[in-house]
Design a protein around this ligand. Sequence first.
Ligand SMILES: C[S@@+](CC[C@H](N)C(=O)[O-])C[C@H]1O[C@@H](n2cnc3c(N)ncnc32)[C@H](O)[C@@H]1O
Length: 288
Amino acid sequence: MESARPSRTALRVALRRAAHQLYDAPPLVLDDPIAVLILGPHSAELERTPRPEPGKKEKPFSVGLRAFLVARSRYAEDLLARAVASGVSQYVLLGAGLDTFAHRNPYPELRVFEVDHPATQQWKRELLAAGNLPAPADLTYAPVDFECQSLPEQLAAAGFDAARPSFFAWLGVVPYLTLPAFRATVSFVAAQPAGSGIVFDYAQPRSALPFLEQLAYDSLAARVKLAGEPFRLFFTPREIAAELAAFYDLEDLGSSEINALYFDERAHTANDQLQLRGSAGRIVSAWL
Ligand SMILES: C[S@@+](CC[C@H](N)C(=O)[O-])C[C@H]1O[C@@H](n2cnc3c(N)ncnc32)[C@H](O)[C@@H]1O
């Protein structure tokens, strides 16, 4: 991403999480009372954010993308709950964007570290200040550009304790990185104590997608490129398993598994179209 500008894709993702709160039928997949508040002046952009409208059929790609974005945050928070129950006391959000977990943290013993590109983090802090959302005492910010700064050094400077097990969420970031930056972060996480874990989503290469999904991919890829944040890193499930060879209990979820977890049952009560479509995005978790 461009070094002096906050991430535009972070805003787009946050707008879709906010749209989920406002426009999707209950039960919500991600119940996030801060999702709208954090947008501040950007909430005006909700008008232009794809959303369900009574009597109109929503475009399958838009609804599928919103479903994917809320599901990946929900899945990360579900895994975090499991990690905390088994003794993890540090949660590191890598490329945190406008994620609001730190402001909803229900675990008194959990320290939260938000790592992000310095320009995005500064912008988020300004939005929080403007929205009267003070930083919780157990939250620490660590500005890091994964491409040219050391994650271990910046986290250590922020007070991260590498001797204690931690859970890392790296949502919506991997496709924007170079392979060396991706591998440096995976190696750092792999060196954490037993009981640590990681969750992230990744994109499959265009060539692995069916024809119609290639067109949907082209449209999204063109939009993120225009925003100055082109997709550049892709993996097949087999490749991601090789990258995570140091970890155990790999869970690599495609659309049908994510729908089974969060959407299939909801479809009976909510009576809406909120479901993942296609096969481009996958979510993987792994443990040490
Ligand atoms: C699509 S947003 C996702 C934000 C957040 N994780 C979420 O799910 O809402 C991508 C995030 O990756 C961060 N990012 C992209 N490239 C980065 C880099 N080289 N170093 C640090 N952060 C980066 C951006 O600043 C942004 O916060």
